[in-house]
Design a protein around this ligand. Sequence first.
Ligand code: FES
Ligand SMILES: [Fe+2]
Length: 329
Amino acid sequence: MTTTAESTSPLVPVDTWWPLLRSDQLKRRPIGLERLGLQLVAWRNSRGEAQLHQRFCPHRRADLGQGEVKGEHLICRFHGFAFDGTGQCRLMPCEGSEARIPPGMTIGRYPCREAQGFVWFWSGSAASMPAEVPYLPALAGLPPIPGADKELEWAMPIERAAEQLLDMHHTPFTHPLVWLSATSKRNTRVVYEDLHLEGDHWRGTPRFEPDGGGGKPFRLPHQLLFPNQALLAFGHGVYLYATLTPIDRNRSIGWVRYLLRAPFPKLLSALSNWFEARFVQPEDLAVLLANQPSRGGLQHQCLVKADTFVAHWHQRWSHLVPGAYDEAH
Ligand code: FES
Ligand SMILES: [Fe+2]
């Protein structure tokens, strides 16, 4: 019998995909995770397929992330109870192999899939889970470099962290070091070209240009797969893919992955990821952690034209996640 855990999270819309961890992190040992306000354990069966279950053992609530995998079973470290991929307990060593296993001795199973170098959680029923995790179409032609991603944990709600996927016009001010390479002008205005906001796939190209004319404009084609996958094209074959997931109501985790059409792409991608994490993200964090109220949202922010993606995101999110912007919980 298959036991299905409640596979939705109150923190995110139903029927959406969320990356949990990188595929290459999930090896032979199970991993306990806190994501989407849920306690999860991820492991691989003997065929190498990712499995996702409730994290705490139904016997005496041990963390199954401390256990081990033997064949088709996830074994609890505390008393060795063995659970199969459906979540059913198959052996309680202390009771003997003939013992009747109580009906409640199960770990709920969550739907998941592996794609793009991540294990993804489906926030919806297994029956409604699509065959594939949606992919930003522009990624199709780029070299996948799983394993070179940089993982970043942020002490801010998903509602604020997501703005990082949507806001390009902070760059000249928050990241002057990076911006110098594009143009030294800081009085830069931003105009969106080719804006498409239909459905879940949004596209636009912010054109940065010195206010009042003169100088060369700089374009940064930008795409989003609502709610949590973004791709930036810096030009010269350099792309930045980013995705994120709530850990709980007040913390988020994200991954950045530079994709390069260049010699030694893996090495250059790893260097770029490192630079991003070492120099760029701390600048973002310094600003974002001080923003009040911490969840942002439409009623607390006076948005302007350049914030079009931000506004659109919050509009959809507030419809899909009731109470998302309530400060007290
Ligand atoms: S707590 Fe898991 S087997 Fe006892
Ligand atoms: Fe930034």
